[in-house]
Ligand binder design. Structure first.
Ligand code: SF4
Length: 89
């Protein structure tokens, strides 16, 4: 996977500890940096695609990434069932 986007990251050179808060409630600083990062989307997709289990990536904590993954799974399942229903009609 191309990780060229890392060179444009807003967190480049910052203390990595900011992005590994001990609780989600302590993730505000990391999220504020991610919010203005030009590669936020690429970072989030990288974390989801690689099942990163720790830290804030793309402005999302692990718990929030899990929510995104579950939502995408539900949407895929819904889309597949609608497609199957359309074929069956
Ligand atoms: S979205 Fe956040 S963690 Fe990802 S590269 Fe940008 S600043 Fe770093």
């Amino acid at each position: 996977m191309d990780r060229g986007w890392l060179h444009e990251s807003a967190c480049k050179g910052l203390d990595p500890a900011i992005f590994y808060p001990s609780t989600d409630d302590d993730a505000h600083e990391a999220k504020a940096i991610c919010a203005v990062c030009p590669v936020q989307e690429a970072c989030l997709e990288h974390a989801i695609g690689h099942r990163e289990h720790n830290g804030v990536w793309g402005g999302a904590t692990e718990r929030e990434r899990q929510r995104i993954i579950r939502r995408r799974r539900r949407l895929r399942a819904l889309s597949a069932s609608e497609t199957a229903g359309a074929v069956g009609n």
